[in-house]
Design a protein around this ligand. Structure first.
Ligand code: UDP
Length: 240
C-alpha cells in the first residue's frame, strides 16, 4: 500500500521488506526501477509533472530522509520508517553477492564510479561490477548500449534527482537490467570522496545537517525542507 505525501506515493515498508522486494524484482522478467525521494525531491515534483510521473511510476518508492517521515506523520498517515537509498543499496549488494548477481554503476564525475567499484567489490566479496560509466554524457543511446552489453542484472543510477528518475523511466527497459535504482550522490560515498554523517547524527535524523556543514552551498536546496513541512501542514488543514 502506498501513502501519499504531497503527491508522491511512498511504499509503507521496512528496510528488510524493501530489500526483499528489490531482490524479487531483480529476478522478475522485464525492467523495474526504484526511487528514493527526500523532501527536496517531493517539492521539485510539485512543480514538475514529468518528474512526478517518473517518481510515482517506480516499482518501489522509498522514504529517504527523516523529513518524509515527519511529513507523513503530520498528515496523519505515518510510514513504518525511513528507508535510506544508501542502506537499501547496501542491503541489495549483500544479497547480490550471495546470489552472484552483477551490477553496473552509472553516474558521478569521471573516475568516481571506478573507485566505488573497487571499494564495493572489497566490501561485498562475490559481487561483480559488470561496468561503470560517469554521469556526464550528452547522448543516452551509447550509455544504454554499454549497460546492455555488460549484461548487468541491476544498475545504480546516480545522476541526481529528478534526472535519474526520468532516465530510468525512459531507458530502463532498453538497458536489459531487471532493476534500476536511483541513488543520487551514493557513488561519491561508496568511492570515499564524501563521508557519511557520524552514526549518532544518522540515528537522530540529522544527516541533512552534516551535509549542510560539509557543503554550505547546499543551503538553497535545503530550504526546500522547511517549505515541504509547511506544505504538509497546509495539506493537513485542507484534509480536515
Ligand atoms: N551527477 C551526474 N550527472 C549530472 C548531474 C549530477 O552524474 O548530470 C551526479 C553528481 O556528480 C553527484 C550526483 O549526481 O554524484 C548527485 O548528487 P547529489 O548530492 O546532488 O544527490 P542527492 O543524493 O542529494 O540526491
Amino acid at each position: 500500500m502506498r501513502i501519499d505525501v504531497l503527491g508522491i506515493g511512498f511504499d509503507n515498508i521496512t528496510m528488510d521488506q524493501a530489500v526483499a522486494e528489490g531482490v524479487r524484482l531483480m529476478g522478475t522478467p522485464g525492467a523495474h526501477y526504484a526511487a528514493t525521494p527526500n523532501p527536496e525531491i517531493v517539492e521539485v515534483c510539485r512543480g514538475d509533472e514529468e518528474a512526478r510521473r517518473a517518481v510515482n511510476g517506480a516499482d518501489l518508492v522509498l522514504a529517504d530522509g527523516i523529513g518524509i517521515i515527519y511529513g507523513a506523520k503530520l498528515l496523519g498517515t505515518p510510514l513504518k520508517g525511513r528507508v535510506t537509498g544508501i542502506g537499501f543499496a547496501q542491503g541489495l549488494m549483500a544479497r547480490m553477492a550471495e546470489n552472484k548477481k552483477t551490477l553496473f554503476l552509472l553516474g558521478a564525475k569521471p573516475g568516481v564510479a571506478e573507485r566505488a567499484a573497487e571499494n564495493l567489490c572489497r566490501q561485498y566479496p562475490g559481487l561483480t561490477v559488470a561496468g561503470t560509466r560517469d554521469g556526464y554524457f550528452t547522448e543516452d543511446e551509447p550509455v544504454v548500449e554499454t549497460i546492455r552489453s555488460s549484461g548487468a542484472d541491476a544498475v545504480f543510477v546516480c545522476l541526481g534527482a529528478p534526472k535519474q528518475e526520468k532516465w530510468m523511466e525512459r531507458w530502463g527497459e532498453e538497458t536489459g537490467a531487471h532493476l534500476l535504482v536511483g541513488l543520487g550522490g551514493c557513488l561519491d560515498v561508496f568511492s570515499g570522496d564524501v563521508q557519511r554523517a557520524p552514526e549518532v547524527m544518522q540515528r537522530l535524523g540529522l544527516e541533512w545537517l552534516h551535509r549542510l556543514m560539509k557543503n554550505p552551498g547546499r543551503i538553497g536546496r535545503m530550504m526546500k525542507l522547511p517549505l515541504f513541512l509547511l506544505h504538509a501542514a497546509g495539506e493537513k488543514r485542507e484534509r480536515k
